[in-house]
Design a protein around this ligand. Sequence first.
Ligand code: SER
Length: 319
Amino acid sequence: MNEDIILVIGSNGQLGSVLTRELQKVHGYDNVIASDLYVDPCFSGIFEILDATHIADIQSIVKQYSVTQIYHLAAILSAKGEEKPLSTWNLNIKMMLNVFEVARLSIVNKVFFPSSIAVFGDKAPLEHTPQSVYLNPATVYGISKAAGENWAQYYHANYGLDIRSIRYPGVIGHQSMPGGGTTDYAVDIYHSAVKQQTYTCFLSAETRLPMIFMNDAIRATIELMQAPKENIKTRTAYNLGAMSFDPSEITAEIKHFYPDFQVDYQPDSRQLIANKWPKSIDDSEARNDWGWKPEYNLRMMTTEMLEKLKEKYNNIKLK
Ligand code: SER
C-alpha cells in the first residue's frame, strides 16, 4: 500500500499544532512534515521553515518529500485582518493559490483548506444558517475565505483536484492559543478562570456564536479527509455545527467550578464582526454526506478545559 505523505502549512497555529500531532498518529510520525515561519521549540517531528507566499519553496518541499496531501492552515484571522485589509487579502489569497497550484502541478492528490463562519454576512439567516445561502462577508478574512471556497470548487471542477473544506465555528482548545480572531474570548476566558483572574470580555454578554471543542474540530477534519470521494458533494466548504453559547452562558458554566469567577464587559470592534456572524449552524449536509456528529457540549468542554488548564498551570508552577 502506498503511504500518504502529509505536509501541514501553519503547523504552529491554534489548529495546526494539534492537528499535526493527530496526523502523526493517523499517518505515521515520519510521514508528516510540519511547516511554519519559525520553529516551535516544543515541536517533535519533521519540520521545515516555510513562507507559503513563496511558491517555489512549497514546490521544493513537496518534491523533496514526495508529498501527497497538503493541509493548508496558515491565514490571518478576522479581527487581526481588519488592521491591514489589503495585506491580509494579498497574504491569504497568495498562500492559498500557491498551495492549489503546487497541488495541481505535482503528485499531491488531496488538499485541506479551512473556511470559516466568517464567510456569512447580514444576508444570511442568523439562526440555523443554511449551507447554501448568499455570502456577503463583512471582513477581509471572510472575503478571502469565500473566494477560497470558490477557487476550491474551480480547481475541483476544472482540474479534478480533491480539495475539501469546513466552515469552522470558533475553535476552543487547551493545547494552543488562537490569535487575532473574533471567537478567541472563548479560549481566553478559561485561562483567566484557572488563573483566578477577572476576565474582561471584548464581546457583550449576549453575543451568541457557534463554537466547537478542539477534539471535535480535529476529528471532523480527519473524518472529512478520510471520507470516500464520492460522498463529498459540497466542493466549496461544509457548514459544521457543534454548540452555540454566549459569554454569559460560558461564564455560568465556569462558575460551577469557580463560583467567584467574575467577568466584565468591554465590547470593542470585534463586536461589530460578531454581530454579523451566525448564532447557530445548519450542518445537515456534513451529517448526511460524511456522517458528521459532534460529541462535546458546553458542559463537557468546560469540564475538560478547566481540568487540563489547571494541570498545565500547576506544571508551570512546579518547574
Ligand atoms: N475563529 C475565527 C475568527 O474568529 C473564525 O474562523 O476569526
